[in-house]
Design a protein around this ligand. Structure first.
Ligand SMILES: Cc1ncc(COP(=O)(O)O)c(C=O)c1O
Length: 394
């Protein structure tokens, strides 16, 4: 059976060109880039080259690039690092952030920092004026994600940054989903800190970057050696860094063409779903949604069952829910958008990538409607669900 991967927001396969670039670092190029001898220095050249590429992509200086272990670490380092340097104060973030930001903020709240979570509208968009109202004289950082991983909504970072600049507060954005897919020049966005990761753009897992604008007050989370100019100690993940540099170079070359292709695929996909499946809702402000992501809420079925049924057909997607400690929690993003919790539990996320084809979309459109019909017919909770009560257990 031919498998179709529609979970590119979770991760992407490493591109052949990226893998080839990485291979010598599993063999002869093994030196430690901090070593002064030739083994170290021949590796450092490649590390510097990758750093330059990532800096260029962000419109930043190489001195503002800190390599991390990925998006999660970059988010933690941004929020906790600024908080550590400030000692006390107030943090502004939003209700739709990735858990790496949400939980860093709630951790800091437990440590005595005040946190304000800005709401979103029903399309999943933050109103910059709400950010303005949330900022206080003691605000130390504002963190608003660029592109949401669950519904694909792009936030108005440029407008938010005009407000944070006026207030003199550093702005962090989690650009893990947008880097290499949307323009992310730091001066155009107006941000002071950016989190990015390689594995969302056909690079390796376990490597990311935190960009920190020169002059931003931030303490390191990881100390020890003097790597990354003492801002993130530990021998560099050279193989990951080299792969990241190549992944972003290739992503930028084809960025616009991939975007156009995704736009066409999205239209075909969404039109097909709405035409063939009664009681389906596509989530997210259509004017602000990046075309790769389709978040669809299907009434009277449970997301996990849909996911498993599609998986049996070779189609990989994800749900809008997180299953934890025996109960099926609806997605905090969908709930924040005002979507009914039962409907939120019947939500699937299809996330397309550079390799997704029209045939892939047509296959899903062929397989998915009968799956929904079958599960709706089987659901013992069908009647209660349509009445809006009851719900699935995990
Ligand atoms: C928006 C966003 N931020 C952060 C992360 C975490 O990145 P990583 O998997 O590299 O730790 C992800 C990954 O899913 C993400 O989508």
């Amino acid at each position: 059976m031919q498998r179709i991967f529609l979970d590119h927001n979770a991760t992407t396969p490493i591109r052949t060109e990226v893998r080839e670039k990485m291979l010598p670092f599993l063999g002869e190029l093994f030196g430690n880039p901090s070593s002064a001898h030739s083994f170290g220095q021949e590796v450092k050249v490649h590390l510097d080259e990758a750093r330059q590429r990532i800096a260029d992509q962000l419109g930043a200086s190489v001195n503002e690039i800190i390599f991390t272990s990925g998006g999660t670490e970059s988010d933690n380092a941004a929020l906790k690092g600024v908080a550590l340097a400030a000692g006390s104060g107030h943090i502004v973030t939003t209700v739709i952030e990735h858990p790496a930001v949400m939980q860093s903020a709630s951790y800091l709240a437990k440590k005595g920092f005040d946190v304000t979570y800005v709401e979103v509208d029903s399309g999943g968009v933050v109103d910059p004026e709400d950010v303005r109202r949330a900022i206080r004289p003691d605000t130390i950082i504002v963190s608003v994600m660029h592109l949401n991983n669950e519904v694909g909504v792009i936030q108005p970072i440029e407008e938010i940054s005009m407000i944070t600049r006026e207030a003199g507060v550093p702005l962090h954005t989690d650009a893990v989903q947008s880097f290499g897919k949307l323009p992310t020049k730091v001066d155009d966005l107006g941000v002071d800190l950016i989190s990015v990761a390689a594995h969302k753009i056909y690079g390796p897992k376990g490597i990311g970057v935190l960009y920190v604008r020169k002059g931003t007050r931030i303490d390191p989370l990881i100390i020890g050696g003097a790597q990354e100019k003492r801002r993130r100690s530990g021998t560099e993940n050279v193989i990951g860094i080299v792969g990241f540099g190549e992944a972003i170079r290739l992503a930028e070359v084809e960025r616009e063409q991939v975007f156009q292709n995704l736009e066409g695929l999205r239209k075909r996909f969404v039109d097909g779903l709405v035409e063939r499946i009664p009681q389906i809702t596509i989530n997210g402000d259509p004017e602000r949604t990046f075309p790769s992501t389709i978040s669809a809420s299907v009434a009277r079925v449970e997301g996990e069952s849909l996911l498993l049924s599609l998986d049996m057909e070779g189609i990989a997607v994800s749900t809008g829910s997180a299953c934890s400690s025996g109960s099926l929690e609806p997605s905090h993003v969908l709930v924040a958008m005002g979507i009914d919790t039962v409907l939120a539990q019947g939500t699937l996320r299809f996330s397309m990538g550079r390799g997704t084809t029209g045939e892939d979309v047509d296959r899903v459109l062929e397989v998915f409607p009968p799956v929904v019909e079958r599960l709706r017919a089987m659901s013992p909770l069908g009647a209660e669900w349509s009445a809006g009560v009851g719900g699935p257990t995990c």
